[in-house]
Design a protein around this ligand. Structure first.
Ligand code: ADP
Length: 484
């Protein structure tokens, strides 16, 4: 699939340190999850090389910080234009290494690029404040300054957008970055970095450290423990987030964490059922269920339960599953064999506890899992508590609004939630009662660049996107001027 790139030089396999492509003593293989085909061998960096990248980012910082917001705006805008111009090649690289269908990877390039455009604009708006004086002999000012060298550790499920969502606001704010992309999807990250280079972003401002899973742990430790690195932004599992948070404690590093979710999707009896079916499909099966905001638990009110489940299962049973490069495919492979084991274990557990498989329920060939719907799901099943991260929709039955809210909130996670209702009172009651950072109401897809994306409880810290996303990378400084 990669021999068909319009611009083959986007396919980089070395790491980017201080504007140079750096090789390493060893390399690690990247595979296509749809076919198992070997795609590339990528530089597996040492900890010493990671330290060089941190030092390069630190050396590049003063000049980058001293550009005006408008100068950084121009460079980011150029990067945005290049990402957009190379949408098709970036989408192909991403489908090859990640598996999701081309329609979705094209969408991710547009979504990922939109953060670069948005923060190019925000680069001009690092506004401070003037405050009324408490003494006429003084003047009080608040300015915002870039925090410094930032580290970004990113996952494989959105190989492009999770990078730009962190890096664009950091650069806009005047910070430099060291990125450690997921070992399963480094090629997209390197192509994005190649375009940052072409945009004229100076050497050392954007560095990319590629590493296999073992070296990722060692490099992650270095990024956390470094006192040059002032901010760590991580998107991934709650389990790894806890490790990174503990590792960051000795240097009291500022943290942004986008961790796991266990999204409820509630359908009330006053909902538009056809619309709820479409929303549930979009939310649940996007990226084969491998997103942290995917509906993980569907709760449907008793009186509309049978009607919803019948329409929903019929739509899911008709999905075309296959290689993401084929026309009409809506569900690609799962990322790795362990992901299939997890989905299967959730199916088996649900069936053992009385769940009814309406469609799917088993592996297909290779790393493909049949899109699955399980009816009569109950609170004692694994699917009620754990994030499946795969194409399995368990449908729970409920009777009252209070019961649905209690079930939806009965989790340590609090990222995205969804509900369908046409009753305006219920929309406000339930919207306010859900203990989540994001609530989709009569809609299954909610992310876009100018809204604050993030979770409460053990789903994370901080927000990405919107003006709040740039505040992560800015420190507030208070200036008190006396003797006026
Ligand atoms: P996922 O659940 O998305 O596979 P992980 O949380 O395992 O996510 O991984 C997300 C990112 O975190 C990847 O870039 C991975 O290399 C990195 N990572 C995993 N474990 C560690 C660790 N102990 N220290 C630092 N980085 C890690």
């Amino acid at each position: 699939p990669l021999s068909l790139l319009q611009d083959p030089s986007l396919l980089q396999t070395d790491a980017l340190i201080n504007g140079q492509w750096e090789t390493a003593a060893s390399r690690f293989a990247v595979h296509d999850p749809a076919t198992g085909q070997h795609l590339a061998d990528v530089a597996n960096l040492s900890v010493a090389q990671a330290q060089q990248a941190i030092d390069a980012a630190n050396a590049a910082w003063p000049a980058w910080r001293n550009l005006t917001g408008k100068q950084r705006h121009a460079l980011l805008l150029r990067w945005f234009q290049l990402l957009t111009q190379h949408q098709e090649d970036l989408a192909r690289i991403m489908t090859a290494e990640q598996g999701k269908p081309l329609a979705e990877t094209r969408g991710e390039v547009a979504y990922g690029a939109s953060f670069v455009e948005w923060y190019a604009e925000e680069a001009k708006r690092g506004n401070g404040e003037t405050l009324p004086q408490f003494d006429n002999n003084r003047r009080l000012l608040v300015i915002k300054q870039p925090i410094g060298v930032c580290a970004a550790i990113t996952p494989w499920n959105f190989p492009l957008a999770m990078i730009t969502r962190k890096v664009a606001p950091a650069l806009a704010a005047g910070c430099t970055v060291v990125i450690k992309p997921a070992e399963l999807t480094p090629l997209t990250a390197l192509a994005v970095a190649e375009l940052a280079q072409r945009a004229g972003i100076p050497a050392g401002v954007v560095n990319v450290l590629t590493a296999d899973s073992e070296q990722s742990i060692a490099i992650g430790k270095l990024l956390c423990e470094s006192d040059i690195v002032r901010h760590l932004s991580f998107t991934g599992s709650t389990e790894v987030g806890r490790i990174l948070m503990a590792q960051c404690a000795p240097t009291v590093k500022k943290l942004a964490l986008e961790l796991g979710g266990n999204a409820p999707f509630i359908v009330f009896d006053d909902a538009d059922i056809d619309s709820a079916v479409e929303g549930a499909i979009a939310s649940k099966y996007r990226n084969a269920g491998q997103t942290c905001v995917c509906a993980n638990r569907l709760y449907v009110q008793d009186s509309v339960y049978d009607a919803f489940v019948e329409k929903f299962a019929a739509r899911v049973a008709a999905f075309k599953v296959g290689n993401g490069f084929e026309d009409g495919v809506v569900q690609g492979p799962l990322i790795e064999p362990a992901a299939l084991d997890k989905v299967q274990s959730h199916v088996d557990d649900a069936v053992a506890k009385g769940g009814k498989v309406l469609t799917g329920g088993q592996r297909l060939h290779g790393q493909f899992f049949a899109p699955t719907v399980i009816a009569e799901a109950t609170a004692d099943m694994k699917v009620a508590r754990e994030e499946t991260f795969g194409p399995l929709a368990p449908v729970f039955r409920f009777h009252t609004e209070a019961e649905a809210i209690a079930a939806a909130n009965a989790t340590e996670f609090g990222l995205a939630s969804y509900f369908y209702s046409r009753d305006v009172g219920r929309i406000f009651r339930v919207g306010e009662a859900l203990e989540y950072g994001m609530v989709g109401i009569n809609v299954g897809i909610i992310a876009t660049e100018h809204v604050p994306f993030g979770g409460v409880k053990q789903s994370g810290l901080g927000r990405e996107g919107s003006r709040h996303g740039m505040d992560e990378y800015l420190e507030i400084k208070y200036l008190c001027v006396g003797d006026i």
